[in-house]
Ligand binder design. Sequence first.
Ligand code: SF4
Length: 496
Amino acid sequence: MTNVQRITRKSERWFRRNQRDLPWRRTYDPYHVWVSEVMLQQTRMEVVLRYYERFLQRFPTLADLAAASSDDVTAAWSGLGYYRRARMLHEGAIAVREQFGGALPGEVPALMTIPGIGRYTAGAIASIAYDRAAPIVDGNIARILARLFGRRANFWRRADDLVQAAGSARVFNQALMEIGALICKPKQPMCDRCPLRDECRAFASGRTELAPRKRAATVALRRRLYVVRDRRGRILMRRDTRGMFVLVGRSPLAVGRKRIGTFRHTIMNQRVTFEVFTASGQQPTANCSWIATKDLEKVPHPSFVRKALHLAGALLLAASTLLADSRTYQIAADAKNTVEFHAEDTYDAFDGRTNKVSGAISADPLKPSASTVEITIDMASLNTGNTLRNREMRELYLETRQHPTSSFKSVSVAAPDSIGPNQPAEIKVTGDFTLHGVTKRMTIPVRVVLIPDGRIHATSSFTVHMPDFGINVPKNILVTVDDNVPVRLDLWAVAR
Ligand code: SF4
C-alpha cells in the first residue's frame, strides 16, 4: 500500500469514529454545506454554531435566501462579522437561482462561476455535499500537508492526489479538516493522538513546530460612540457605506452627554477602545434615522455597536419587551434537541444520543420559579452511530420495545427572582423522571438562556443511577459501563 493510500484510509477510519456532530453533517444538503463553509471562514466553530441554525431558520432554502432583501440577510448575519461574506452569499444565491435554476451545481468549474465561491469553497461543496473527488486546501489543511510532506510540497497537487485515492471524498476532506482543527494544531500538535503519525515527515524528524508567521503590528485606537435617544426612546443611527447601522461618533444636536463606560473590541489588527456616551436629541442629523428599540434586532449592525447598546441598556430594554410575558415554549422533536448518554470511563463504548425529544416549558422570565417543564424522550430513537451497538442498547439494555419513551415532569423549580435576556441563569428543576416504567423524583441542574428573539436554550448535565430504575447494566455486553450514566440535555424551545 502506498503512503497516499495509508493516509487516506487512516484519515477516513479516524473520521468515521471521531467526527463531531455538526448540524450540516446531518443532511449534507448542498445549501447547508455552503452556508456553513462561508460562516466558518475567519470565524471560530463555537461562534458559527450559535448563528448557523438561526440563519437557516430565517432562510430555510436557497430560494428563500435569494428572495430576501440584502438588509434582511445582513441583519441575520449581525454579530458574525466580516459582512462582505453575507453580501456575497446573497449575491451567490441570486446567481444560482438565475443561472442554475435554483440548484447548486456539483462540479468545481460550475461552482466557481458563482460570485463569492472560490477554489476552496467550490471544492468543499463538491466533495462534502456531492461526494465528488475535489481537493480542498485551507490554512488547517495546508498545515497538515506541510507536516506530512514538507513545506515545499505543492499543497493543491498533494490534496488532489489524496482525494483521488480516498474511498469517499466527503469523508476524507472532512477528516483532514477535523484533524487540523482538533489534533494537528498550529502550536503543540497532539501527535500522540494523531492517526497519521506513522506517515508524518515532521513527526519522524521531531520538527513539528512551525516557524511563527509574521503578524501585522496591532494598532491601538480610541473611538467615541453616542447612544442618542429622542423623547420616545428611539436611538439615532447612521447607515454606513456597507449598509450597516452604526451609532453616531458625535452629534452636534445632542444634549446632556453622559459617559457610561468603555469596552475593547478588536477589528483585524486594530485594538479599539470604544468610549460610550448617552445623550438626548430631537432631530436626526444628516444620513441618520431614529430606530425604535424593538427594531434594533432587525436592523443589520456590527458587533461593536451591539456591545455599546448593551452597555447603554438599550438591547436589554428591547429584549425585555419580547420576554416580559408568561409563555409556553414548545420543544420540537427535531435534530437540534438532543439527549446524550455517556458511559463514565468508556466513552467510545456507550456513547449514544436521541434527538426525538419533545415537550413544553411554561415560563415567566419575571417569575421563573413558577415555571413548569415537561419533556418526553423517545428512547427508541437512540443512536450510537453503530448499528450493532444500537441493537444491543435498544433490545438488551433499554428494552425500548417495552419502554419506548422516558419522561420528565417538574413539580417545583428553584430559580433567581427574574431572568434577563442573554443572561445565563442556573436553576434547579425537581420532578418525576420515568424510565423503564419506573418513576423516581430527581432534581436536575439546568442552565437557561433567554434569547432576545423569543427562544429559550436550556442545557443540563446530570447522572442517572441505572439500578434505581430497575436496569442492571449488562457489563459483559457493553464493555464496562458505570452504573451512574451521565446524561446531557440540550434543548431549544420556541414560544408557541
Ligand atoms: S503526527 Fe503530529 S505533526 Fe504530524 S500530522 Fe499528526 S498531529 Fe500533525
